[in-house]
Design a protein around this ligand. Structure first.
Ligand code: GSH
Length: 219
């Protein structure tokens, strides 16, 4: 491994799943002093569809982490890379069953829960004009069920976080999902343990710093 610090540049969008690597990079900067450059990509302004961004990620999605100029995509891969390169930042539990459970939770959020939200938010992309309402209804139900599952995980954590006493990347993903639920008008009233954990999480310094930069709140 190259001992010199890599040049890191994150492409992110306010409140998107790029929140997870954004907070991770802030934790790395705090612990290691390694700086990172950033590029805000406004999805609602269609900045992810510009030739400049498509040259970096032809799949037109954030996050992208450029490592010494080479683009790395997918939240799970970016967190895996950063955790490997900067273990003291504690982006995932260090070892043992908690580490693999954290990776499993992160993967589930990314490949299952997040797409439920995408179908709810962008139903017309999946159902066309004729089927959008049905896609929205099914996606809302699936998303709500997943949120209840996350609430049960926090309830079982006894005042801690998903995989121990300290938050990891999966807790930050939970924060993104929590905000999206609010933005889409889901009833979060019954998710008491989830909400309590999120109110604690936003006080953790790297999370607070990044939320201020992204100009987002708990919603
Ligand atoms: N599995 C992907 C999900 C990425 C994703 O869905 N990004 C959304 C924002 S949260 C995006 O950029 N959407 C724009 C688009 O798909 O055109 C990852 O981990 O990077």
């Amino acid at each position: 491994m190259n001992a010199a610090a890599p040049a890191l540049r994150l492409h992110w969008s306010p409140g998107a799943c790029s929140l997870v690597p954004h907070v991770a990079l802030e934790a790395v900067r705090t612990v290691y002093g390694t700086p990172y450059a950033e590029n805000r990509v406004l999805l609602h302004e269609r900045e992810h569809l510009t030739p400049a961004f498509l040259a970096i990620n032809p799949r037109h999605q954030v996050p992208v982490l450029e490592v010494d100029g080479a683009p790395l995509t997918q939240v799970t891969a970016i967190i895996g890379y950063l955790d490997d390169r900067f273990p003291l930042a504690a982006l995932l539990p260090a070892a043992g069953p908690a580490r693999w459970r954290a990776l499993a939770t992160l993967a589930w959020m990314n490949n299952t829960v997040h797409p439920h939200h995408t179908r709810l938010f962008r139903a017309e992309r999946f159902g066309g004009e004729a089927g959008a309402e049905h896609v929205r209804t099914v996606a809302r139900e699936a998303f709500a069920k997943a949120l209840a599952e996350i609430d049960a995980l926090y309830a079982g954590a006894g005042g801690g976080y998903l995989h121990g006493d300290a938050p990891d990347a999966a807790d930050v993903y939970a924060l993104a999902l929590w905000r999206w639920a609010g933005l889409r008008g889901l009833d979060r009233g019954g998710l008491g343990a989830f909400g309590a954990a999120m109110r604690r999480l936003v006080e953790v310094p790297p999370v607070r710093t990044v939320m201020a930069r992204e100009e987002i709140d708990l919603g």
